[in-house]
Design a protein. Sequence first.
Length: 96
Amino acid sequence: MRPRLAVHRSTNHIYAQVIDDVSHKTICACSTLSPSLREEMKELSKKEQAEKVGKKIAELCKEQNVLMVVFDRGGFLYHGRVASLAKGAREAGLEF
């Protein structure tokens, strides 16, 4: 079974985490509030921030040997920042 890439978006931030539903554990997580990305986010638009988070979550997945995931948009429309996050993750090599 593939891990799930769950996305949550608030008014100001976007969050992504990869969850193994079999063992009920979070494999990796990233958001616009992550210390490694926080400084880069100040001058970017929200869509660009979402794309950066997507690329970062894909990098973290590769470190954990996760190459394929199921995309869980969490009830949000596949539009705007959610689509940008997915685009960034795909560009960095993650497969949905």
